[in-house]
Write a protein that binds this ligand. Structure first.
Ligand code: FAD
Length: 456
């Protein structure tokens, strides 16, 4: 393995041709071809190579892991501190069962170990989110490139795959604009449709439909939400912690979250909004939806009223607008007073019980009207993708095309924020790489570390 080299190649000399039929001389041949150099593709390519396979990784961007570098605001929340694989999988809803095998093979502790041996120590932060100790997504990418290097993966950047060639029900090669690369096994890890500016623009889905796979309609998930209220704009940039958010439709509560959210110029964002966005999007298809914010979920109505009375005693002789600063962030005070229908200049000494009541109700029930999700350009993940019943969960292999495997967000799986989605990429990528290598006719390879391990 040590004498293998890393091949970094760009194909900027390969220009797109206007000709419909392009001669594509088959210059290169590999055992495993991985399409898409995001987290899932890198893990898949690395694992197949670690088992001794001759692997090519094809990425259309000029760098690997363009989206990975944006994760966790550049800090990369690369997994979640949940050792129980069933509890972990539950976060993906009913479909999460699909992940059992992948998580059992390469779960949270294996991922932490994987990065630790490549110099990236894990640090558990608030909400059991796991980040690199030194706080950079860049280090996660470096560790993955090291893994590719160790296995001698042939990396091709600026290599946009434009199609797949099928022969006798199997894929025989991938098509680049003016080149063809043949392989025995193919791993598709082209991601979903979110943040298309990072390269994930959904090409994979098109090819798969042509190959007979069902694609569950991709929709944005973990998305910021647009709201219609004008006052929201005034609060732009305000982040609220420890609040509760409720989703209502036709007077019935559909969902609720507790945690942190953010006001933006168009509406709301932040962890609890993102996590609720899929449900908001689905509910909006059925009609109007209300969101209700409880700014003081730890206090009952009576407790909050008592707390306000205490504050009013302290601020005796002061105007209402200057008497709520112990209770609320400054920027939201005028909005709350206005929405409660109160006079901001009235002295707190003269505020009536009825007026206090209005204030308490507004603090525990601030209504927002969502109009739409912000769309793929701003959504963290894509919900939908390759139908899971057409993929073998023990191998990540296609049940439709013999030599095809899947990894990452291209699958119809999406989890909440908190490191779940990257863990899904590591687990499915590792399993896809392993399965592809193990299904090669000459496996185990003589040079495979696994072979060595088995001997010892
Ligand atoms: C802003 C942001 C922050 C996030 N933060 C977190 C976080 O902290 N924690 C977390 O768990 N998740 C996070 N996510 C989600 C996480 O980044 C994704 O789940 C993950 O990147 C999906 O990995 P993937 O390898 O499946 O796909 P991608 O990362 O999308 O990679 C797919 C790759 O395939 C390439 N490709 C596509 N088509 C072709 C083609 N035709 N030819 C060649 N190459 C092609 C693309 O260029 C791309 O590089 C975040 C996402 C975003 C957008």
């Amino acid at each position: 393995m040590k004498n293998k080299k890393l091949y970094l190649e760009t194909n900027n000399h390969l220009l797109r041709s206007n000709k419909k039929e392009i001669e594509r001389p088959c210059r290169l041949s590999f055992e495993v071809a991985v399409i898409g150099g995001g987290p899932a593709g890198m893990m898949a390519a690395g694992r197949a190579a670690e088992l001794g396979a001759k692997v090519v990784l094809l990425e259309k961007n000029e760098i690997l892991g363009k989206k990975l570098l944006l994760t966790g605001k550049g800090r990369c929340n690369f997994t979640h501190n949940e050792a129980d694989l069933r509890k972990f999988a539950e976060k993906f809803g009913k479909k999460g069962r699909f992940l059992y095998s992948a998580l059992a093979r390469f779960g949270v502790s294996e991922v932490i170990e994987f990065f630790a041996v490549r110099g990236v120590k894990a640090k558990v932060e608030q909400g059991d989110r796991i980040f690199p100790e030194n706080g950079e997504a860049h280090n996660i990418l470096k560790a993955l490139i090291k893994y590719l290097e160790e296995g001698g993966v042939h990396i091709r950047l600026k290599a946009e795959v434009v199609g797949l060639q099928l022969e006798k029900g199997k894929i025989s090669s991938v098509l680049l604009p003016e080149q063809q690369i043949s392989a025995d096994k193919f791993i598709l890890s082209t991601g979903g449709r979110s943040y298309p500016q990072t390269g994930s623009s959904g090409e994979g889905y098109r090819w798969l439909e042509q190959l007979g796979h069902t694609i569950i309609t991709p929709v944005p998930a973990l998305s910021p939400v647009k709201t219609s209220e004008r006052w929201v704009k005034e609060l732009q940039g305000l982040s609220l912690k420890n609040i509760s958010l409720y989703l209502f439709q036709n007077g019935k509560k559909q969902d609720q979250r507790f945690g942190e959210m953010l006001f933006t110029h168009f509406g709301i964002s932040g962890p609890i909004v993102m996590d609720m966005s899929k449900g908001i999007g689905e509910s909006l298809k059925n009609g109007p939806v209300k969101l209700v914010l409880d700014l003081k979920p730890a206090l009952t109505f009576q407790q909050l009223d008592a707390r306000i009375q205490r504050d009013f005693r302290e601020f005796k002789g002061k105007m209402l607008k200057n008497s709520l600063k112990r209770l609320l962030p400054l920027s939201i005070i005028p909005v709350i007073i206005q929405l409660s229908g109160l006079d901001p200049e009235k002295k707190v000494d003269y505020i009536t019980r009825e007026e206090r009541n209005k204030l308490v109700h507004r603090l525990k029930g601030l209504e927002l009207t969502p109009t739409e999700l912000l769309g793929f350009n701003w959504s963290i993940v894509t919900s939908g993708g390759v139908a899971l019943q057409e993929v073998n969960p023990d191998t990540m292999g296609s049940k439709k095309v013999e030599n095809l495997y899947f990894a990452g967000e291209i699958l119809d799986l999406d989890g909440p924020s908190g490191g779940y989605n990257l863990q899904e990429c590591w687990s499915t990528g590792y399993l896809a790489g392993q399965s592809a290598a193990e299904s090669l006719p000459n496996f185990p390879h003589k040079t495979s570390p696994k072979t060595k391990a088995q001997k010892s």
